[in-house]
Design a protein around this ligand. Structure first.
Ligand code: WTA
Length: 673
């Protein structure tokens, strides 16, 4: 056991925590040690003072905070934002100009030319890690930018990245930012169809991919998937391929480009362009409660200020620290906390190609020991699955470099929090449970480790500038009492907020600002306790969170009904010990089609091909019919209850067109745990 005074210590009484209405345990409150707080960027008094300023006088607060990045032309306007119905408009620092790649690289060349910017840890621990300095990062980014230019990519053009976790993914993001192109990273676990949809929706000119993506000893055929996707795209889309594993792939002359070879031949410097603060930086598709995935759009200035600030303050990052976020660059967490936030702060950031359990369940801890990681940031699903494999995997490695642990992506249950804190943090380091979304750009509710005592399971308090309200879900009334429960909305803008949905501002307004007028609706439910702490209880809309991956039930349903044997489908979530939520599908087959285990397997395979493995249903129930109102609306509330194996209190079923359907669904339910 390493017991150092730098971390979290327990204070106060234990208190009761209820999660998901089911689980009640006693837990403690933890606060950072005096040493930690003394050197932290923000202490308790600092949080109260700065938070008050940030919401009372956002103009001066953010004008000052924006100085953490370099502007080419300083802004004169700070905030011009409106959540008013029919007129939602969000602009920050709008007349300022800057370049994001210059902020993440060039400006560090004076002090940090030889400092490691990225530590790349490959899937196979026998392959040597790479330490990429800021000088090398500049050169590689410039070379890649020059290749993009040579293939006709100009300011404002879209570039899709479908890549493994390799340094070229970071070079590509930064190269786009350097020349003003808009990147859209598509997670390597998505299927060719999902990739094609995203290429087409963003009208991308170029796709950047790799031959294969190694993960956990297996190889994802990224190039073959891209070939399949491009069959459905404009013929002019170019495909830049990183020959990463070197395995054979097909090759289309005139369309496919050997990226490494062209980078080697390109000029090593590329000037950066002057971008407006509100020029688009990236599109990231994410799932909503209805329809196809939404292209969340982030712009340059406000996003970077917010990513850099939250990275520094939430993780209490200091010079010399080694920061590791285990996310994939295909998700927003990878954008803000592997690439942009850390690099804007001149940090050393770890990029990991592999998985937590390969070659064994000690891999995370081995990598922490190997690279002397100081801040480690991962998802509850990973913590829960490693917890299940036993603490002995942790104990084998020297984790004394750790100063802080972080969690993101879904509510963390207090057991997992306590295990993480006790076994990984040796009871001595703060744990920051960061709540945020693709849409928010960075953390919006999170402990600041030197300032806010942590209660396991609570994301604690709002970040600077974020004005949270809890509304009664049914009436939309703002709950004035401190201790309350309802849905979480935000009443004013912060710089990291998304600006619109790519090509569909109306949908943006409808999806986020129409339910509770004049407010940003997160889609999450929450509870606020007597100390003003927020406890996120999960999505209240039809969005699932499976292993920290966001998925729309509508997307999975439309994949299922696209199968020739399926007449109708309804998808809901159910509690899952490791994944947080599992995917439960009710399927009605076409007349004359007999249910069978083979068909069940076939449907799972089908969804994997249509969307990707992350969307595979865990349970499929054959439903002779779905519970519908007389007007034909599916009563999801009932389906959710049955999937949760909690069918005692289904509520009023008298409005159903055919109440007998429910009895059949209960009798044949798949989750009896
Ligand atoms: C959930 C990931 C509880 C939430 C950064 C949110 C969380 C959705 C937490 C966004 C947390 C994320 N506690 N729930 N600390 N972090 N969520 O867009 O439901 O992939 O709405 O962004 O994840 O998922 P997204």
């Amino acid at each position: 056991m390493h017991f150092r005074p730098k971390g979290a210590v327990q204070i106060g009484q234990t208190h009761r925590v209820t999660q998901g209405g089911r689980l009640t345990i006693m837990t403690a409150i933890y606060t950072a040690s005096q040493d930690f707080s003394a050197s932290a960027h923000v202490d308790a008094a600092g949080y109260d003072r700065l938070y008050a300023e940030s919401v009372k006088d956002p103009e001066s607060f953010w004008a000052r905070e924006a100085q953490r990045i370099d502007w080419i032309r300083p802004f004169t306007k700070v905030k011009d934002t409106s959540f008013a119905p029919g007129n939602v408009s969000i602009k920050w620092f709008e007349d300022g100009t800057l370049n994001l790649s210059a902020n993440c690289i060039d400006r560090h060349m004076i002090k940090r030319a030889n400092q490691t910017a990225i530590i790349w840890e490959p899937d196979d621990p026998k392959t040597p890690a790479k330490h990429i300095t800021y000088t090398e990062l500049l050169e590689q980014t410039c070379r890649l930018a020059n290749v993009l230019k040579a293939h006709g990519v100009e300011r404002g053009d879209r570039v899709v990245l479908y890549m493994p976790m390799i340094p070229e993914a970071a070079y590509a993001m930064l190269a786009c930012a350097r020349i003003g192109a808009i990147h859209s990273v598509v997670f390597g676990g998505f299927s060719p169809d999902a990739l094609a949809n995203r290429i087409n929706d963003s009208e991308a000119k170029v796709v950047i991919t790799a031959d294969f993506g190694p993960r956990g000893g297996k190889k994802t055929p990224l190039k073959a998937n891209t070939d399949a996707a491009l069959l459905h795209c404009d013929d002019r889309v170019k495909c830049l391929v990183v020959k990463h594993t070197g395995d054979q792939t097909s090759w289309v002359d005139g369309r496919d480009v050997d990226l490494k070879a062209e980078m080697a031949a390109a000029k090593p410097y590329c000037p950066y362009v002057e971008m407006g603060a509100e020029d688009p930086l990236f599109i990231l598709y994410t799932s909503g409660s209805t329809g196809k995935p939404k292209g969340v759009l982030h712009t340059t200035g406000g996003y970077l200020v917010y990513a850099a600030m939250t990275h520094q303050i939430t993780f209490d990052y200091h010079d010399g620290d080694v920061f590791w976020c285990t996310a994939d660059v295909g998700w927003v967490t990878g954008h803000s906390y592997i690439v942009y936030g850390p690099l804007a702060n001149g940090a050393t950031t770890v990029m990991f190609e592999g998985v937590p359990t390969y070659p064994d369940a000690g891999r995370f801890w081995e990598v922490i020991a190997k690279h002397k990681v100081t801040q480690f940031y991962t998802a509850p699903t990973a913590i829960r699955s490693l917890m299940g494999l036993g603490a002995e995997w942790v104990e084998k490695h020297d984790l004394s470099s750790l100063k802080l642990l972080g969690s993101v992506g879904e509510p963390i249950n207090p057991e997992a929090w306590n295990w993480y804190h006790t076994h990984v943090g040796k009871g001595a380091v703060p744990v920051v449970d960061t709540f945020w979304q693709t849409e928010t750009g960075g953390h919006i509710i999170t402990p600041l480790p030197g300032a806010i005592p942590q209660k396991p399971g609570s994301a604690t308090k709002p970040f600077f500038g974020v004005k949270c309200v809890v509304l009664d879900a049914a009436t939309g009334q703002v709950q004035e009492a401190t201790e309350t429960e309802g849905v979480l909305c935000i009443t004013d803008s912060w710089p990291g907020q998304m600006r619109t949905l790519w090509g569909d501002h109306q949908r943006f307004e409808e999806a986020y600002f129409s339910q509770y007028k004049g407010m940003y609706f997160t889609g999450d439910g929450c509870r606020r306790d007597a100390d003003g702490y927020y406890w996120i209880t999960g999505r209240v809309d039809d969005v699932l969170n499976v292993s920290g991956h966001r998925m729309g039930t509508a997307e999975i349903e439309s994949a299922l009904v696209a199968h020739a044997d399926v007449a109708e489908a309804a998808v809901v979530g159910f509690p899952h010990d490791i994944k947080g939520q599992g995917i439960y599908a009710y399927v009605t087959l076409m007349k004359g089609i007999e249910p069978s285990d083979d068909l069940r397997k076939d449907l799972i395979k089908w969804v994997r091909t249509e969307i990707g493995p992350i969307a595979s249903p865990d349970l499929i129930q054959w439903a002779p019919g779905l519970p519908k109102t007389r007007s034909g609306k599916i009563m999801r509330r009932i389906l959710r209850k049955i999937a949760e194996n909690d069918f005692g209190a289904l509520g009023d079923t008298s409005t159903l067109a055919d109440p007998a359907v429910v009895d059949d669904l209960i009798a044949n339910r798949m989750n009896r745990g």
